[in-house]
Each structure stands twice: as C-alpha cells, then as structure tokens.
Design a protein around this ligand. Sequence first.
Ligand code: SAM
Length: 209
Amino acid sequence: MAQKDVGNKIPIYKLKKTDEVMKYYDDWGQENKYDKDMLDWNYTGPKETTETFIKYQKNKDAKIYDAGCGTGLVGVELKKFGYHNFYGADLSKKLLDLVPSQLYKKLDQVDLNKPIQEENDTFDAVMCVGTFTFGHVKPPALDEFIRITKNKGHICFTINEGIHEEYGFDKKIEQLNNENKWKEIEFFKSDYIASKDVNAWLGLYEVIK
Ligand SMILES: C[S@@+](CC[C@H](N)C(=O)[O-])C[C@H]1O[C@@H](n2cnc3c(N)ncnc32)[C@H](O)[C@@H]1O
C-alpha cells in the first residue's frame, strides 16, 4: 500500500537520534508547551486508543504499562473510565516531571529501544501511544511489550502512518501474527493528528502465551 509522505508535517519528524529526540521533548515540556500544542492540534491519540481499549479490558484494576507516557495524557483519558493502575515509562525526564502527581504508581526514565527492566508477565496491558513515530521507538519494542504482558493481556498502540512500512512495523506485525505471539483484535487507520494531515494505524492485540 502506498505510504503518504508525512515526514515534513511536524519538526520533530526530522530527528533521527535518540539523544536529539530526548532534548527536543525536554525543551517541548517547558511551560507545558507540549500539552498546549496537543490541545491546539486536536491530538486524538490518547482518546482514540482509550476508546478502543475499554471495549476489551473490562477490569478497572488492570495493571497498565504506559510506554512513552510523556506528560501522562493516556493516563488522564483512562482515568475518566475508572482505570487507575498505571506504570509510566518515557525517555524525557522533563515530560515525566509534568505527569499529574499521584496519577501513575511509578514513573521511570527509560529508552524503550533497549530491554525493559520489568519481569516477564507483569502487566495486564501495555499502551503505547504516539511513540511509534519518526526517530522514536523501533519495532523490536513489540517483543518486549509481549514479554512483560500476561497471557490474554492487551497491547494497544498507534503507529504513525509515515513509518509503518518504512521502519518495518508492517513486517514485524505480520511476523508476530504468524508466530502466534498475539491475536489481532483491532487494526484500523485512526485520526491521530488529523489537523496536521497525519493519521496513525491503531492496533489492539491480545497476547498469546
Ligand atoms: C508524541 S509523544 C507521546 C506521549 C504520550 N504517550 C501522549 O500520547 O501524549 C512521544 C513520546 O515518546 C517518548 N520517546 C521517544 N523516544 C523514546 C524512547 N527511545 N524511549 C522511550 N520513550 C521515548 C518521548 O519522550 C515522548 O514523550
């Protein structure tokens, strides 16, 4: 399928290296600019993933790993529906410092392109919203998400449409399907940042162990 060229829509899409990405987000967090921009751009990733997730995860106590949690926008959305057991991880210390206090049980500064320091089968779900995008987190992170998720747990994510094929997410998903590591529940093109003409694939998968 032809991939829309969205690489020039937002400045951060030009960055390639993890340390550049970290610095960009650290600066973006100044004076809450990141949250303000997301509001101005009508960024719907957290809302759309939450709406999908709540259709399948009925346990409000579910232990949820928010991979690339940023300022906690996913936790804010999930909390509206009664979920509360959040564990956040992000590269940017500055954004982690902006997560509303008490919203997450634990916040860790991590590089998700490296092995995650969590035991196997720890979480009922992993949410990863806005973090599979240009220069951010690469497809092998999906293996780690599966490893830390319990049998029948859920993995819910967005993949920026501009990198889905370029970074090999399409192939990685096909491999995980073929190896029965997970089962597709939902996979569709979501609005994401429609105001900037950038959409994302939204997936929800059930882990098989
Ligand atoms: C577009 S923001 C999304 C944040 C949040 N999930 C949301 O929906 O608002 C992408 C996030 O990915 C984080 N990030 C980028 N590269 C990362 C990496 N290698 N490891 C962990 N987090 C990373 C950034 O710091 C940023 O918070």
